[in-house]
Ligand binder design. Structure first.
Ligand code: MGD
Ligand code: MGD
Ligand code: SF4
Ligand code: MO
Length: 775
């Protein structure tokens, strides 16, 4: 069916060349330029092009989808989108092929006597509703839960929150973004009191220096990374890759600086030490706009059941902060981090130079970190001390991973403690939500229940009996997976899974619902730069698949919430979005009207007086600033951003004599997470057919391991055998190995650790200790 979409042979050849090419030879691996896209498009025919945000990553490229005879047959980058200006990466370009895998789920399936039996949608929904009713009756409202995703559309997450928090009255709503963005959120909240970046992608066009804090942008945010490379060609900007392993990003950067896992905490403090020592502090900015806090330390790693931790900030002054930093001289930190004092001073000098605009970028290296909140705070400290924030080109920028991690999880608030415009703990926030949801305010429980890892532990213990999983594949992506897989299979648990393909998670389901994917329905996503984008339904869903929004609304009605879930139109997306917008009214977070989203490639909230806000907290751009000064950090009661005293603390599990290596896990450009979609796209599957363990070349030689040899990895949680990869995609440091997690046949999460940041509750998939053996 798709041979017309691309000339596949030449593409595969190209992919092979790509992976062999060194950085010097290829400036933009994995990116397709307009001419290349056109070259491959089906010739002739009568394509109807419609705009959408890309299905895959948090960059949120605008794409045009070509529809012919009711089928989506082609994709190209939307030249009108300010995000990608017509570019597209290999995943976006092939995205429509992931709709048409041969084994799409097309009918609801119910498990009967260990076998899945096809049933009608009506019967399946009746069963789910009656199961929820009896569970609530027998075990209380906190025995039912929903686990969603940053790939939920905004309406999906909104109705989930309204049903569970507003109507049923349980805060058992979580999303996989807990595994992804939670530390970014708590970082923002503790430093600024409000979530999401102050800056935007346009910062890239103004910055002189880019410092990447352990994110592999060339593979994970490829179109955005190509904008950095483009600026280098045009303006000679500097790109510094500060990371724990050598990746395509390091190869393309001007300078690669490698640090030991977890020691970014120490290096960030050393940079601040240098800034103060050299008199590079922007004194008037700090005096007017910053305050200083010290948090608790030695807070553990969340490894025990029912872990409870509450940070207790204590006000300190600049002098106390300065004294604290004496422990972080570049020379001392060199010994902890393996980064030379010279390189620490080199980075500090860029941050300190008043004539250089600096953008810091990060993603999972800093968020999947048992001190994830701290390291987010520490990078903000650097920008606050130098006043390099909230102005074009001066930007600490936390990148999101999923297409709507910001839109659906952080803005809609699909986390246990959140409401769309606030938190469940605050009375006025509950009142506001209850009014819009048309429920008694007493319905909304003021106490958060479980964060993701704890929610699966509650399922394990039996405190939760019912879980509905949508648009996420936790039986591949939870850390220390075996424990949580066993929990799902326990007697007396009832699991509903909405997906588009069979996965290891549908394998453990009692009911499987087929979902309409992306452009088979209507929806909105919100990307990393506060941009909300709309897509219309372009094609009919496969089989009996229905949108996740529709599924929840139907169950809600069956549970007796007809009034709250009464929508006039059959496709109620527009009504739901308009209802949702009411939560965010006001200058600080107003969302653009749907008519605007339908005609333009998205809008950036706060959307006030018909205008997107590009830079928050800067009165020149942000209409919510009201203190009469140039900057106003209005998220905090005193209008000041917080500089945090946060020390370096080691990781919970470090290499020792029995498990002498660090194990880091992550991704590759060809695949999306668990591969459920991208492995069904033949060109991508062929280009990266299975997982592997990446070894340091010298150590591989010592162990006589060559590419393709079987290697056994053992941690305290179990073992797994993988083929070796030496000098192929990335190069780990000595004493470290790396494994991508896209391959459901080689479940690396069976051996990862479920330790998390006690403030954000986000697990650290980047670090545990492992034994490596040739077998
Ligand atoms: N092709 C593709 N693109 C994607 C995705 C995908 O699955 N495939 N997923 C999307 C999603 S949801 C996400 S979250 C992003 C992830 O995007 P990234 O965060 O860029 O990617 P990862 O491979 O998860 O993380 C790899 C990096 O973690 C760093 N790291 C390891 N330990 C440490 C440490 O102690 N400190 C610091 N600072 N860094 C460390 C390493 O240097 C390494 O380069 O990608 C998004 N984009
Ligand atoms: N070891 C390790 N584990 C990790 C990470 C890591 O770095 N290392 N990273 C973590 C991070 S950052 C993330 S974001 C998570 C991602 O983890 P997951 O969200 O679990 O992974 P996905 O493969 O994105 O799962 C999405 C699922 O939704 C299905 N799907 C697609 N479209 C639709 C739809 O419209 N409706 C429905 N109902 N289903 C749909 C897909 O088939 C797929 O099964 O993984 C986490 N786990
Ligand atoms: S960079 Fe991300 S959003 Fe852009 S085309 Fe690639 S996967 Fe899609
Ligand atoms: Mo993610």
């Amino acid at each position: 069916m798709y041979t017309s979409l691309t000339n596949r042979r030449s593409f595969i050849k190209k992919m092979a060349i790509m992976s062999a090419m060194t950085a010097a030879a290829t400036m933009f691996p994995g990116i397709l330029f307009a001419e290349e896209q056109e070259e491959k498009l089906p010739k002739g025919g009568n394509l109807d092009w419609k705009k959408a945000p890309c299905r895959f990553c948090g960059v949120g490229c605008g794409v045009l989808v070509g529809v012919e005879n009711g089928k989506a047959v082609a994709v190209k980058g939307d030249p009108k989108s300010p995000v990608n200006k017509g570019l597209c990466c290999v995943k976006g370009y092939h995205s429509v092929m992931s709709i048409y895998g041969k084994d799409r789920l097309t009918k609801p399936l119910v498990k009967k006597n260990g076998k899945y039996v096809e049933t009608s949608m009506k019967e399946a929904l009746d069963l789910i509703a009656s199961k929820m009713k009896t569970t609530i009756k027998d075990h209380g409202k906190d025995a039912v839960s929903i686990y969603g995703s940053g790939q939920w559309t905004i309406p999906d997450g909104y109705v989930a929150s309204k049903l569970f928090k507003g109507c049923i009255g349980t805060n058992n709503v979580e999303a996989n973004a807990r595994l992804c963005m939670a530390s970014a959120v708590t970082g923002f909240l503790t430093s600024f009191g409000l979530d999401e970046p102050m800056g935007c992608y346009e910062d890239i066009d103004h910055a002189d220096v880019f410092i990447l804090w352990g994110n592999n942008m060339a593979e994970m945010h490829p179109v955005l990374f190509s904008r950095l490379l483009d600026q280098r060609l045009k303006r000679g900007v500097k790109i510094i890759d500060f990371a724990t392993r050598t990746t395509r990003t390091s190869m393309a950067a001007d300078k690669s600086i490698i640090f030991q896992p977890q020691t970014d905490l120490a290096v960030a403090n050393a940079i601040c030490y240098e800034i103060i020592k050299n008199g590079w502090v922007n004194k008037s900015f700090v005096e007017k706009h910053c305050s200083f806090n010290k948090g608790l330390t030695n807070m553990g790693y969340g490894l025990e059941d029912k872990y409870k931790f509450k940070d207790k900030p204590e006000k300190i002054d600049f002098e106390a902060y300065k004294t604290f930093l004496e422990d972080y001289t570049p020379e001392k930190v060199e010994r902890i981090s393996g980064v030379s004092a010279k390189d620490i001073k080199y980075m500090a000098a860029y941050y300190g130079d008043p004539n250089k605009k600096v953008m810091s970028l990060w993603c999972m290296g800093m968020n999947q970190h048992t001190r994830g909140t701290w390291i987010n705070n520490l990078v903000y400290n650097i920008h606050l001390l130098t006043g390099k924030i909230s102005t074009p080109g001066n930007s600490p920028f936390s990148l999101t991973g999923q297409p709507s991690a910001c839109g659906t999880v952080r803005e809609v608030g699909t986390l246990t403690h959140k409401l769309p415009h606030g938190v469940v703990m605050k009375k006025e926030h509950r009142e506001h939500a209850a009014k819009i949801w048309d429920v008694p305010v007493e319905n909304i429980d003021p106490k958060p229940t479980y964060h993701t890892v704890e929610m699966f532990r509650a399922l394990d213990r039996g405190d939760i009996k019912f879980m509905w999983i949508q648009v996420t594949n936790p039986m591949v992506t939870m850390p220390k997976l075996k424990r949580y897989r066993d929990a799902c299979k326990k007697e007396g648990r009832f699991i509903v899974v909405s997906d588009i393909y069979p996965t290891p998670t549908t394998d453990i389901a009692d009911v499987i619902l087929p979902s309409a994917m992306w452009i088979e329905r209507e929806g909105m996503y919100g990307n990393s730069e506060r941009r909300t984008q709309y897509f219309e339904q372009m094609i009919q869903p496969s089989g009996e698949a229905m949108s996740d929004t529709w599924q929840i609304v139907e169950v809600a009605k069956r549970l007796g919430y007809e009034k709250q879930f009464y929508y006039k139109e059959e496709t109620h997306i527009e009504e739901i979005y308009n209802e949702y917008r009411r939560h965010h009214e006001g200058k600080k977070h107003a969302m653009a009207p749907l008519e605007v989203l339908k005609t333009q490639p998205g809008a950036q909230w706060p959307y006030v007086d018909g205008k997107s806000t590009k830079w928050r907290f800067n009165s020149e751009y942000d209409p919510a600033c009201s203190n009469g000064e140039k900057f106003h950090f209005y998220g905090k009661p005193d209008g000041k951003a917080v500089i945090w005293q946060r020390p370096y603390e080691p990781a919970p599990e470090v290499p020792d004599k029995d498990y002498p290596f660090w194990l880091c896990t992550g991704r590759v450009i060809e695949h999306w997470h668990t591969g459920s979609m991208t492995r069904r796209i033949p060109v991508l599957h062929k280009a990266m057919p299975h997982a592997y363990v990446e070894l340091n070349p010298e150590e591989a030689k010592q162990m006589q391991i060559r590419t393709g040899d079987s290697v056994k990895l053992t941690t305290k949680r179990g073992e797994i055998i993988l083929p070796a990869s030496v000098n192929e995609r990335g190069v780990p440091e000595k004493g470290q190995v790396f494994v991508p997690f896209f391959d459901e046949n080689m479940l690396i999460n069976d051996i990862t650790l479920d330790a998390f940041c006690p403030i954000s509750k986000q697990p650290d998939y980047k670090k545990c200790s492992v034994k490596v053996e040739k077998v």
